[in-house]
Design a protein around this ligand. Structure first.
Ligand code: UN1
Length: 481
């Protein structure tokens, strides 16, 4: 099947806005294919989008929660029904495999439907006052206009998990998708409008980093939710703090997965393979740092290397493919630079490592397993964001824990063991926002809180019931009667 290039639009005030399209997005699996031609917003488009959101906010926030629930529910059903078509666009645009693209689209659909329910469940508390005859209640209210800045690695799930709670709780939104993946974002925005979202409640501006900066700086944007790199996130936080806007950041991870001697070997290999290499390792929750006890180390790395080397790398649309390409040329180069750094530091490449030359030509990188690394090497401190996993050998649980808990990130973490004692101790003490036993560090549920500690995250948690903490403010009301 050949797919014609899409001409993308901004969406402002419920209308598609025609624009020049100075750049194009190529399929990372097949660089000869143009997926979409992209507009490039400036200040004027951002101003118009924020003004449209501001104008739509009163009507949307004051509508019955049933109105908001119905839109999200209908949009979720439409997206679910079209998950194969939208998932295919996602795979062509971002590069994850077709199965991963369809699964991510289904997850986004379920997130929309989940928040349809949350719109009605938003609750406050009723309490007795400390003063006789007085009663107190708390109520959560919509904030206003949110700017959402989303990354390319989950081009539909992350936009969905930011905009669904924002809309469910009565806010208006301007979303700026990542430069490489606006087509999937536009598909989501179009479906929400088809589902009956009123004009101006959700606006889309496609462009470069300056669009995100304009949202951060706009006095009419009440809060910004950002997922992306730590460097950009620090600037978003500073910009929001300077004008007292709400701010929520999800950034990198270098997530440790500990494998103890008593682990079930097959389980450990399956968990590490999924966590390290699926979605091409382009997950901030990827299990990129394996910390393996001496007694199981050699058997474990040999089995993992065999499985990783057998993963089929190729065109995301080929049903045989298990690992798609890197999403961008830059990302492919970054991944190879980290592999070279690890080699220079003394790491031994057990599989992968070399450049791939596939046909059709894409930004492919091989699943790469690096052993004999020391805990303090650069490869163990920096996020690679590719199918690259490094291994540190440790003598016992205490050393494993110390290595796992070190470093500047604290997003996800995991341990593979049959010891209740070690699993419990690990989860109790590790400074990570998410912690897994006998599961990959990546691949989280959508109805429970998501977020990290240290340099991984800033601000309230995302997803599930916790999303209300960011997308509402609490009012306390007193009555004497
Ligand atoms: C997951 O592991 O299921 O950018 C989600 C990321 C994360 C999402 C991970 N914010 O990779």
């Amino acid at each position: 099947m050949t797919d014609a290039p899409l001409d993308l639009h901004h969406w402002i005030g419920g209308k598609k806005v025609a624009a020049d399209r100075p750049s194009e997005r190529r399929n990372p699996s097949d660089l000869d294919e143009v997926v979409a031609r992209l507009p490039d917003a400036g200040q004027a488009e951002v101003d118009a989008a924020v003004a449209a959101a501001r104008a739509a906010f009163p009507g949307w926030s004051e509508a019955s929660p049933e109105v908001r629930a119905d839109v999200l529910d209908r949009a979720g059903q439409l997206l679910w029904d079209r998950r194969e078509v939208v998932g295919r666009l996602l795979s062509r645009e971002e590069g994850k495999t077709l199965a991963e693209g369809i699964a991510e689209t289904g997850r986004a659909a379920r997130i929309l439907r989940y928040f349809a329910g949350e719109a009605l469940r938003l609750h406050g508390q009723a309490l007795d006052s400390v003063r006789p005859g007085v009663s107190v209640r708390t109520r959560r209210r919509a904030v206003g206009v949110f700017g959402l800045i989303t990354p390319w690695n989950f081009p539909i799930a992350i936009p969905a998990w930011k905009l669904a709670p924002a809309l469910a709780f009565g806010n208006a939104v301007v979303i700026k998708p990542a430069g490489p993946t606006p087509a999937t974002a536009e598909a989501l925005v179009a479906i929400l409008h088809e589902a009956g979202l009123p004009d101006g409640v959700l606006n889309l501006v496609i462009g470069r980093g300056r669009v995100g900066q304009a949202l951060v700086d706009d006095p009419d944007v009440d809060g910004v939710s950002f997922t992306g790199s730590q460097g950009v996130g620090a600037g978003v936080a500073a910009g929001c703090a300077a004008r007292q806007a709400r701010c929520q950041l999800e950034m990198g991870g270098k997530n440790p997965l500990v494998v103890l001697d008593d682990a079930d070997l097959d389980r450990a290999v399956t968990v590490a393979l999924d966590g390290g290499f699926f979605s091409t390792g382009q997950r901030c929750t990827a299990s990129s740092r394996l910390i393996v006890q001496d007694g199981i180390h050699d058997r474990f790395v040999a089995a993992l290397a065999e499985k990783a080397a057998a993963l089929r790398v190729g065109n995301a649309l080929d049903p045989q493919t298990q690992v798609g390409p890197a999403a961008t040329d830059d990302q492919m180069e970054t991944v190879h630079r980290w592999i070279d750094t690890a080699r220079d530091e003394g790491g031994r490449i057990l599989c992968g490592g070399d450049r791939l030359d596939l046909s059709p030509r894409g930004w492919h990188v091989p699943p790469t397993l690096i052993v004999d690394t020391a805990a303090d090497m650069k490869i163990n401190a920096n996020e690679v964001f590719g199918p690259v996993v490094s291994v540190v050998r440790v003598k016992d649980y205490e050393e494993a824990f110390a290595v796992a808990d070190a470093g500047e990130f604290g997003l996800s973490s995991g341990i593979v063991t049959q010891s209740l004692k070690h699993a419990t101790d690990f989860q109790r003490r590790i400074r990570a926002g998410m912690t897994m036993v006998n599961l990959p560090t990546a691949g989280v549920d959508y109805h429970v809180p998501f977020g990290g500690t240290k340099k991984s995250s800033f601000g309230p948690r995302e997803q599930g019931f916790a999303a209300a903490d960011f997308y509402t403010w609490t009012q306390t009301s007193y009555v004497f009667a």
